[in-house]
Design a protein around this ligand. Sequence first.
Ligand code: HEM
Length: 499
Amino acid sequence: MASWTAWLMTVLVGLTTLVLVSWVLDIIKRWRMPPGPFFWPIIGNLFLFGGQFYLTFLELGKKYGDVFSLKLGMRDVVVLNSLDVIREALVKKGNDFAGRTQTATGDLLSEGGKDIVMGDFTPTWKLQRKLFHSAIRAYATGHALEEHVQGALNDVIVEFSSMEGRPVDVEDNIFKLVVNVSCSASFGYRFEMDDPDFQNLVKISKDFFDVGAQGMLADIYPSLSFLPTPTKTKLTKMFDEFLEYFKRQLDHHTQTFDPDKLRDITDHFIQLRREAEEEGDEDIKSLTDTHFRQTVVDILGAALDTTLQTMRWSVLLLAAHPEVQKKLAAELDSVVGRDRQPALADRASLPYMDATINEILRFGIPIPTALPHTTTVDTNLRGFEIPEGTWIMPNLWNVVRDPEIWGDPESFRPERFLDDDGKVLPKPTALMPFSAGRRACPGEPMARADVFLLLGGLVQKFKFRLPEGEGPPDLTPDPKGAGFLCLAKPYKVVMTYRK
Ligand code: HEM
């Protein structure tokens, strides 16, 4: 018994010494890093990451300035909290800040960092991203995107027509619409709403968000990654199911590929990959089928929540601002009319629509702290040292809501993007819903095209208003955004068909 107690005491003293030594080393390291609040051993500043990160960072910035350090469990985090410092790091020192956090959740969902979102800054990743970017641009400017989005929209217009005149929550309808828009971008066809495959995909996507957004303990305590936690088991099961579906779709795609008829982003990617192979590009050999599969997984993973939240904000903000909706409808009536749906070729003639989309993306910025980057080398910023592998979180929220930049950031006012003659002003650098630098969202052309067609088609057909007698709408973000998403709170709208 006595020897057990002695053994236990030795282990406890050993562990405590280890924890204290690593804490002191961290404190010494912090001297040269950007300043920040006091952190505890083991948990660091974990308690600060409970709510909406971007609001917490805003408050901390008032005390610690534009760039400050935190400790998330065992991870060092540096927050970039202003436009200037974000541009200095992500744009001017782009390569130094272009890494991606390697976490247990990220590894699991990307088959070991083989996608673009979670992949680290390597030559293979650069090539993968370059091909993906070209594939997106080609798809977003072609007729396939237009046909897919307009078709998906027609299904929802039928649903909305049956919901006319009473207060309704449109979240599920918008979710299905966005799943269909994203699936058609990956697999070239739309599902019927009652297709069992479609219902299953909608369910998996929702479950993914609920479980995946929590992350795993091993993300911030990497030494615990061997533990078979319930979240890990659930995520693995869900992801295997998801991947099976993808494998089937991609096999079919490769078998039916026709270079003269490119149906979607996947086809454009296959084409670009083959061209690089024919040209003898050395790096292309490192781009495996797993990278290819994961690139297509990224389309759904990256497009779904962002486009969903943008469309949820769009309907709410338009219902809350009838004067904006009226101007949009008048512009659409005069340029497009009522006999055909808005097309991508109309974009240049619809400046008010363009300004409104910018204002929606500013006001309801879907990912307000971007995705955490890492430093690829030991580097420095504003005279502070930042070691290689530090997590970097750019607080984009603080840029799109900075009163010194925007004057009245809390107002929803598309006119801020137009000159006195109603023409679109050059895009301000502070409008960064897609982030900036080497990791900026490569899906922007597709996201903007989708939102334009969806919003245009909806405003052309319906008038949205808030239910009577409910008082002013609450336009503050829902705290449920898992810390890093900016969600509109649940709401109801009344739709009427425009006569
Ligand atoms: C309104 C819609 C969207 C918004 C606001 C948005 C925003 C963002 C943001 C903020 C990031 C993180 C950038 C960073 O880490 O600094 C990102 C990354 C990414 N997005 Fe989007 N996104 C949208 C739609 C899309 C779509 C439609 C696609 C593709 C079909 C896409 C593909 C990606 C990919 C692949 C990445 C990872 C880039 C990298 O790690 O290099 N996104 N997006």
